[in-house]
Design a protein. Structure first.
Length: 408
């Protein structure tokens, strides 16, 4: 089987648009959460989110395309542009053999919310003829293919908050087994709108720290009470080793292994013992040919929910013991749902290249039931060659990736 290399990365996030700004925010422990500004949240039970500020899609994209696509597609296209520019790949040479897998958990939900309001207030004639293509989850992958002329395998993995983890794993699988030579993979999400905020709030998934938004996302902390909604996109360019080597590409990292399974336990709650999560990590390490004692860092899913953080911590302790470092980028950028895994993979690679782990500024008092080694309020200086990236989703979906430095 062929090895899968990462040659480009792009990210649009609440803590920065582009890798350089994201890296700067990571080093400063910048927290994006704030009172929602894109609409008036006064009547909602949760009034906070991690929004992307000062994002004008027309600065990056054609105005006509912007009008006919949802915000999550805008994020995806900007992230793809940055990733491809870094990869310096002539896609015309690989168009028939380039896969595109841009995941999302909820797709064009802002469009759906807005157009439904138009329908209720003004009738059918007020609804946009672009409603359906704008809300379809696969449209980010489809538009990327159209914009760049990519005619290989194309679809959108949909597995809630594990979706872009599946996109990275499945894109790697396509390259490994010869169905593609290049894959543009990642995730995009834009769900900061009244209806999804209310839906998550009513199921008690969101933090209700409306008066202290900067303190709301607190993975592994004893007083955590739910996640903070985020938005954004992240994209990786994957290449078969021989393609990257032939063109002397700068290699950022390698996708060394992946594991995927399901808890088969509950529609939204994780298996409290973390059994599925542990097995997914074991599968990924076995696939990578790396023993658990060679891993120094796990990039956690850890959304700041009481049940989710506890289950993941149990899984990590069972597999790695208590010494491996862990953190969760959601403490800074919030939860990007279907885009989270890809965004946090980008963050993991940035940390690996810059020899540090970002701080967890809201870890005031670690949950006494959580025994693992959570990074505290200050960044940790560390050199590591491989890391595990976990992502889990409603429905019991588990993905685990092993990402590391490439050695030819």
């Amino acid at each position: 089987m062929r090895r899968v290399l990462i040659t480009g990365m792009g990210i649009v996030s609440p803590i920065g648009i582009g890798k350089e700004k994201v890296l700067e925010s990571l080093k400063k422990s910048y927290i994006a959460a704030d009172t929602i500004k894109s609409f008036d949240p006064a009547d909602l039970p949760v009034k906070i989110a991690s929004e992307i500020k000062d994002f004008n899609p027309e600065e990056f994209l054609d105005r006509k395309l912007v009008r006919r696509t949802d915000r999550f597609v805008h994020f995806a296209l900007v992230a793809v542009k940055e990733a491809l520019e870094q990869a310096k790949l002539d896609l015309s040479l690989h168009s028939e053999r380039t896969a595109v897998l841009i995941a999302s958990g909820m797709g064009g939900f802002i469009t759906l919310d807005n157009e439904n309001n138009k329908f209720l207030s003004g009738g059918p004639g007020k609804v946009s003829p672009f409603l359906i293509p704008m809300l379809l989850i696969n449209m980010a992958s489809g538009i990327v293919a159209i914009e760049y002329g990519l005619k290989g395998v194309n679809f959108a993995p949909v597995s809630a908050c594990a979706a872009s983890g599946h996109a990275i794993a499945l894109g790697s699988m396509l390259i490994r087994h010869g169905y593609a030579d290049v894959a543009v993979v990642g995730g995009a999400e834009a769900t900061i709108a009244p209806l999804p905020i209310t839906g998550f709030a009513n199921m008690k998934a969101l933090s209700t720290r409306n008066d202290k938004p900067k303190e709301a996302s607190r993975p592994f902390d004893a007083s955590r009470d739910g996640f903070v909604m985020g938005e954004g996109a992240a994209v990786l360019v994957l290449e078969a080793e021989e393609i990257a080597k032939d063109r002397k590409a700068d290699v950022l990292a390698e996708v060394k292994g992946y594991g995927m399974n399901d808890d088969a336990y509950h529609m939204s709650a994780p298996d409290p013992e973390g059994t599925g999560a542990e097995k997914a990590m074991r599968m990924a390490l076995k696939d990578a040919g790396i023993s658990p004692d060679k891993i120094q860092y796990v990039s956690c899913h850890a959304t700041s929910t009481p049940a989710g953080d506890a289950a993941e911590a149990k899984a990590i302790e069972k597999l790695f013991g208590r010494e491996v470092f862990v953190n969760s980028t959601k403490t800074l950028m919030g939860h990007l749902l279907g885009a989270a895994a890809a965004a946090e993979t980008v963050v993991g690679i940035l940390q690996m290249h810059n020899h540090f782990l970002h701080a967890m500024p809201n870890l005031d008092e670690k949950d006494p039931e959580i025994k693992i080694n959570v990074v505290g309020k200050k960044p940790v200086e560390i050199h590591f060659d491989n890391f595990v990236k976990n992502s889990f989703g409603f429905g019991g979906h588990n993905t685990s990736l092993v990402i590391g430095r490439y050695e030819s």
